[in-house]
Design a protein around this ligand. Sequence first.
Ligand code: IMP
Ligand code: MG
Length: 184
Amino acid sequence: MQDYREFLSEILISEEQLQARIAELGEQISRDYANQDLLLVCILRGGVLFLTDLMRQIAVPHAIDFMAVSSYGIGARQSSGQARINLDINTDIRDRNVLLVEDIVDSGYTLEAVLSLLKTRRPKTLRTCVLLDKTERREIDIPVDYVGFTIPNIFVFGYGLDIDEHYRNLPFIGVIDLKKYKAL
Ligand code: IMP
Ligand code: MG
């Protein structure tokens, strides 16, 4: 695999900007759920870095669980308009306050698939927290309750987001220069 410096065109959101915004989101969530039960459900794999930083900024006691969803259809860097649940949570969410934690909302189909499944289990509340929102790309209207950053329609990587399953570990959000990236 290439070193990311070979195809990084710019750092869109720095580590400092990410951490400062996540601290604000954590404060807001702590206020909104004060004295209430809270379960964070992280969508694998991209949401993992966001979850672990966010939960350290949430002052109310809370539990965590995980789901995995894959889009399928066209290529790895295109949303396909369909999403399949590959891993379900183990927690019984009936009458609980559930907050979904996701890296990015693009077309909206991933969150829509998760929301419609979890709704059938009758949680007390069901909300969404996304780090990045590509509003221009939305194809389906879904409620996004907490947003880190709204970004333009460009392919980004790092901080949980992958290019061909790599580079999720980078502490910032970078923009890919597609001409310089050698696809697998
Ligand atoms: P949606 O179902 O179209 O909303 O797509 C959401 C999923 O597409 C995210 O969970 C990501 O895995 C992936 N995705 C969308 N845009 C990007 C990007 O710019 N970089 C990396 N992954 C992305
Ligand atoms: Mg994802």
